[in-house]
Design a protein around this ligand. Structure first.
Ligand code: ZN
Ligand code: ZN
Length: 353
């Protein structure tokens, strides 16, 4: 029990005003700029953060994508800076239903502590009902990798449990002092287990071709996942959201791969990662790092082939490495004839009708 009055924050009214009740964008506008609020009706995807990698190479926010369905909020990944970006978009976390994690690379999860601790309870328009956090697990290290920090096998559930433990003092003292609901009661972390029929091997066959499988469903959305190819990371996942309005696929980190094509077939919007290899080759990077980047991501022509083969309605490039604006996507447009957008942080895209 609290020993003080209920916790309140003066900025709450500002944050509360953002999402619902905002005017819908003009019907003709397929995309809107980042100052436009996210409409409270229909389905929209918001590229909250668009930067690749655990590096500060410019002003872009770390990778994070929001899917908003009639006001319900779903997040995919939480890269550095996304908490502030979500607030700027009016996406308060009292609407958060689930967070999906594509893989356990730090650039996709580094802001999870801030997301939970700065959106904890009604006093900050934050989480008041248990939120599901779904991500890969178990995630073993590749054969031969040394364990410098245990455990040797990671998982989403373990990551969240350990994270809360690391912040035990703050969690415990704020429950005691401010009357907040225990944070551990508001978070339900779950490992996404691959179907038994998928015979993946982390070292020899980390991304076999497979059928997408359901990982989440509620009254607003159904979410499917598939393995993607991001060696040596295993498992690495992509997600597809289907709502009454349409469908959006978020690739996570991957090379060009048939599983992404299968997952994205007929999708209204495909948000896919992309890199410009020449950018990294010009950086003078350590050879192992350069090799990782080139062998585990998708270049600008390859991403066009994925969109073309899947027949998507709109290709949105995010998790950008060495790519700045729409003019950089010229190689993609030589392959894919549909609309291609190099995403900006906070850009809003309508999905379907
Ligand atoms: Zn990444
Ligand atoms: Zn990655």
């Amino acid at each position: 029990m609290s020993r003080r009055r209920l916790f309140t924050v003066s900025g709450g009214a500002v944050l509360a005003s953002g999402l619902l009740g905002a005017a819908a964008p003009a019907a003709a506008a397929r995309t809107t700029d980042q100052s436009t609020p996210v409409p409270g009706t229909g389905t929209h995807v918001v590229t909250l953060g668009t930067a690749a990698g655990p590096a500060i190479r410019g002003p872009r926010i770390g990778i994070s994508t929001a899917v908003v369905v009639t006001g319900n909020l779903y997040l995919v990944d939480c890269g550095l800076g996304m908490v502030r970006q979500a607030a700027a978009a009016g996406l308060t976390m009292d609407r958060l239903r689930a967070l999906f994690i594509t893989h356990l690379h730090s650039d996709h999860i580094s802001e999870l502590p801030g997301l939970l601790l700065y959106n904890w309870g009604p006093g900050v328009n934050g989480i008041v009902e248990p939120v599901r956090i779904l991500g890969p697990g178990p995630a073993p290290l590749p054969q031969g990798a040394e364990v410098h920090v245990p455990p040797s096998t990671a998982s989403t559930e373990r990551f969240v449990v350990d994270l809360l433990q690391a912040y035990a003092y703050d969690v415990n003292i704020r429950v005691y002092d401010e009357g907040r609901a225990p944070l551990d009661d508001l978070v339900r972390a779950e490992d996404i287990r691959l179907p038994a029929a998928v015979h993946a091997d982390p070292d020899r066959n980390p991304c076999p071709e497979m059928e997408p499988f359901e990982v989440y469903a509620d009254a607003s959305v159904r979410v499917l996942a598939t393995l993607v190819n991001h060696p040596p990371v295993f498992p690495a996942l992509a997600f597809r959201f289907d709502s009454a309005d349409g469908s959006v696929v978020i690739s996570g980190d991957t090379t060009e791969h048939p599983n992404v094509v299968r997952l994205a077939t007929g999708a209204d919007v495909l948000v896919h990662e992309a890199i410009d290899p020449a950018f990294y080759q010009a950086q003078g990077l350590p050879p192992d790092l350069l090799e990782h980047i080139l062998e585990s991501h998708t270049d600008l022509q390859a991403v066009g082939r994925v969109a073309r083969d899947a027949g998507v309605g709109h290709l949105v490039l995010s998790h950008l490495g060495g790519i700045q604006d729409d003019s950089d996507a010229a190689p993609t447009r030589t392959v894919f004839g549909g609309p291609v957008t190099v995403a900006a942080d906070g850009q809003v895209f309508a999905v379907g009708q």
